[in-house]
Design a protein around this ligand. Structure first.
Ligand SMILES: *[C@@H]1O[C@H](CO)[C@@H](O)[C@H](O)[C@H]1NC(C)=O
Ligand SMILES: *[C@@H]1O[C@H](CO)[C@@H](O)[C@H](O)[C@H]1NC(C)=O
Ligand SMILES: *[C@@H]1O[C@H](CO)[C@@H](O)[C@H](O)[C@H]1NC(C)=O
Ligand SMILES: [Fe+2]
Length: 478
């Protein structure tokens, strides 16, 4: 049985490789829909009590340890964790050599309830004044229950600071999610850009919602305790549940996941920006007001003016709902945000926009639809050198399974699409070049499947730009 599957998967891979080859030869035409169909692992959540969710030993031991960037420029981290039994200490001891903690910082804790679930004590501690490009060791908790971790600060803000980001979305807590994490660990990426929908705890009922937030925190600790995850919120974070008496949007998410929003003059943890190495990363909230005159709209308008491509050449935007997506799932849900922000993305020459939400993978060409006009009939997206590349990686592997139906024919804006689980990496080399990969989870194996070189929108002129013959979409044959 196992062997048969392996042979089948080999044949599909061979077929796939030859198709990729053909498509490269055929360069200049429309995009590629990968025929790869993964063998489904059960899209069920890992059962409670499994070793993937192991509770650390010792009374009140810190669990769900995670870090995120703590300031605008990468010289601070926020370290967060949960103590289950009593508040305990919010102190972080840290230093640059192992077992020698010369410094300490004091954080804060809070607890919350959701329906009848009472959370543990959630600690957030800002550790700032760090040096660039250094390994720091840190310790939290006390006595036999204390736990030790480490992280590496990014190189200084500089146009040629090289850096490798990973991009993960819609992760959940299934065996497919685990496979994504395992493959991510092999990628040697240094920071996760997370594009929303974390735990999928909202698919549970009553107290299990809180319990599944806790299991997810322990699940991702293997990575999140050692490198920052840059958070953005998805629809599964909203948790508007009047039937349980819970009507405050993002309640669990905001208690558990912090962001350095104040450092960039944002008024909400749901939208903010950071600078790291040679990148300026802007995080937007699909599920917060963003139309003209709202706080998010005003903040983004100002933040885009603060972007300095001479210092941080790479301008990256994260959001949950994709603006260009050709899957039947969530088709056109990004139109509302497109109509408000696309003009700015083109004007400021954003390099790449990562989104999740659709449980499949897709990469677009550089296209825009900023001439859309309801009164003149202008309505088609067209090739646009100044436009971002749009990448959807909502394929972390959550319990809802894959979005398997792509629209047919493949629209001209779509460069590559495949319905599989996986994650991406963006390896910034210098001010002009970045190497982008999407890695499929082929069950046990990590398979680099889609890749492209991104030439910087500010520093490199994109000479290899693909020309589309016609601006017609959707109905016409190629
Ligand atoms: C927080 O924990 C205390 C016990 O330390 C408890 O009395 C209180 O009800 C908890 N608050 C919430 C909102 O769960
Ligand atoms: C739409 O087209 C009309 C007529 O040409 C023009 O006056 C108007 O400014 C356009 N609106 C936008 C938002 O481009
Ligand atoms: C940037 O990196 C690319 C790829 O490694 C290399 O070909 C190019 O020469 C580099 N450019 C600069 C300005 O260093
Ligand atoms: Fe979503």
């Amino acid at each position: 049985m196992m062997r048969m599957e392996r042979i089948l998967s080999w044949t599909t891979q061979l077929l796939f490789v030859s198709l990729v080859f053909v498509s490269y030869v055929r360069k200049g035409d429309a995009g590629l829909t990968s025929p790869f169909v993964r063998s489904e692992w059960p899209a069920i959540d890992i059962p409670l009590g499994s070793k993937e969710f192991v509770v650390p030993e010792g009374h009140n031991a810190p669990e769900q340890v995670r870090i995120t960037q703590g300031d605008y420029d990468g010289k601070a981290v926020i370290i967060s964790w949960v103590t289950p039994d009593e508040p305990g200490s919010s102190k972080v001891e840290y230093g640059t050599s192992e077992d020698k903690y010369d410094f300490s910082a004091e954080g804060k804790f809070a607890n919350y309830s959701f329906y009848k679930y009472n959370s543990g004590y959630i600690h957030h501690c800002l550790v700032d004044g760090l040096e660039y490009d250094k390994k720091y060791h840190y310790k939290i908790g006390s006595g036999v229950s204390s736990r030790k971790f480490w992280f590496q600060t990014p190189p200084k803000i500089h146009p040629d600071s090289s850096y490798k980001f990973g991009i993960i979305g819609d992760l959940g807590q299934t065996y497919n999610s685990l496979s994504t994490l395992e493959h991510y660990l092999q990628s040697e990426a240094q920071t996760v850009l997370f594009v929303g929908d974390l735990s999928y705890a909202d698919r549970y009922h009553h107290n299990d919602i809180g319990i599944r937030w806790d299991t997810w925190g322990r699940f991702v600790e293997r990575i999140a305790a050692y490198q920052p995850w840059i958070w953005s919120a998805g629809n599964h974070e909203i948790e508007y549940m009047p039937e349980l008496g819970e009507v405050v949007p993002f309640k669990s998410y905001l208690q558990r996941y912090t962001t350095p929003y104040a450092a960039c003059q944002s008024s909400s943890p749901l939208w903010y920006a950071i600078r790291r190495a040679s990148a300026h990363v802007i995080v937007l909230s699909t599920y917060s007001p963003f139309v003209k005159y709202t706080p998010q709209w005003k903040w983004l308008r100002e933040e885009l003016k603060r972007v300095d491509r001479e210092k941080t050449p790479w301008l990256i935007v994260l959001m949950h709902v994709p603006i260009y997506n050709s899957n039947e799932a969530h088709f056109m849900e990004g139109e509302s945000m497109r109509s408000v922000f696309e003009e700015w993305f083109v004007h400021y020459k954003v390099d790449v926009i990562f989104a999740g939400h659709v449980h499949a993978y897709e990469r677009s060409y550089r296209i825009s639809n900023i001439h859309y006009n309801v009164s003149t009939g202008e309505r088609y997206p067209v090739p646009d050198k100044a436009a971002p590349v749009y990448i959807t990686v909502g394929d972390g592997g959550n319990q809802e399974g894959l979005a398997g139906r792509f629209r047919d024919p493949q629209p001209d804006y779509s460069a590559f699409r495949e319905s599989s689980y996986g994650h991406s990496t963006l390896e910034i080399k210098n001010r002009t070049h970045a190497i982008y990969h999407w890695n499929r989870n082929d069950d046990g194996k990590k398979v680099p499947t889609d890749s492209t070189i991104l030439l910087n929108q500010y520093w490199a002129s994109n000479k290899r730009r693909r020309k589309l013959v016609k601006p017609s979409f959707g109905t016409a044959a190629f």
